[in-house]
Design a protein around this ligand. Structure first.
Ligand SMILES: C[S@@+](CC[C@H](N)C(=O)[O-])C[C@H]1O[C@@H](n2cnc3c(N)ncnc32)[C@H](O)[C@@H]1O
Length: 207
């Protein structure tokens, strides 16, 4: 298990109890995402946490494969799935780096509050591009920490060493847009609810 998976295992129960920070913004992100889904959509969610988003989207799509490298997060997500009697979501304990090229392709891939937690976030964007069908969408919501808190990147390593923070990648919205562009995506929708809030993007792989 990586150090970061242990961090998320440790806080999973607390994370599950925490209310969404901005419920109106979250609901708008769900609604905008659904504009890009059909009842036949096959989705992949990376870093699904306790599964709320996958379970909320389930009635609108064919199937969602939702992965997270924290077994505690996945255990909570799976319990919610069973309690809600949802049978078109599959939760899997798996890291983004373990997403093998197994021939499976997706109409949409979700990464909500995840890219800034990945060491190789550019590599993850490239992988997502490979896993999408032509015309497929990558829906992300990302804390662009380097814009939000410019000095934070100097403090983050200490927080990590003390076990108070997970691994963090501090980049700007401009570098995120550039990485999407470099991978071959076209940005179809962009919204940042507030100056210090996550940047929500829908990026499309050209047909
Ligand atoms: C901030 S939480 C977001 C959870 C969920 N997407 C949400 O919006 O509530 C980040 C999640 O990403 C997961 N995660 C971080 N790095 C990951 C990786 N390399 N592979 C798989 N999951 C990862 C963590 O375990 C955690 O559950």
């Amino acid at each position: 298990m990586t150090g970061s998976a242990a961090f998320w295992d440790r806080i999973a129960a607390r994370y599950a109890r925490k209310p969404v920070a901005d419920e109106a913004a979250y609901q708008r992100k769900l609604a905008v995402s659904r504009d890009y889904f059909t009842r036949d959509s096959e989705l992949l969610e990376i870093g699904c946490g306790t599964g709320s988003t996958a379970l909320a989207h389930a009635p609108y799509v064919k199937h969602i494969r939702a992965i997270d490298f924290s077994s505690s997060m996945i255990a909570i997500a799976e319990k919610k799935r069973v309690d809600q009697r949802i049978d078109n979501v599959t939760f899997e304990c798996r890291g983004v780096g373990e997403l093998a090229d197994d021939g499976r392709c997706y109409d949409g891939i979700l990464a909500l509050s995840v890219l800034h937690l990945l060491d190789d976030w550019r590599g993850a964007i490239g992988l997502v591009h490979d896993l999408l069908v032509p015309g497929g969408v990558f829906i992300s919501s990302t804390a662009c920490i380097r814009d939000m808190l410019p000095g934070f990147r100097f403090i983050a390593p200490l927080g990590r060493t003390l076990g108070l923070l997970p691994e963090l990648s501090c980049f700007t919205a401009a570098s995120l847009r550039r990485a999407l562009d470099d991978a071959g995506f076209t940005i179809a929708f962009e919204w940042q609810p507030g100056k210090r809030q996550a940047l929500f993007l829908v990026a499309r792989k050209p047909r």
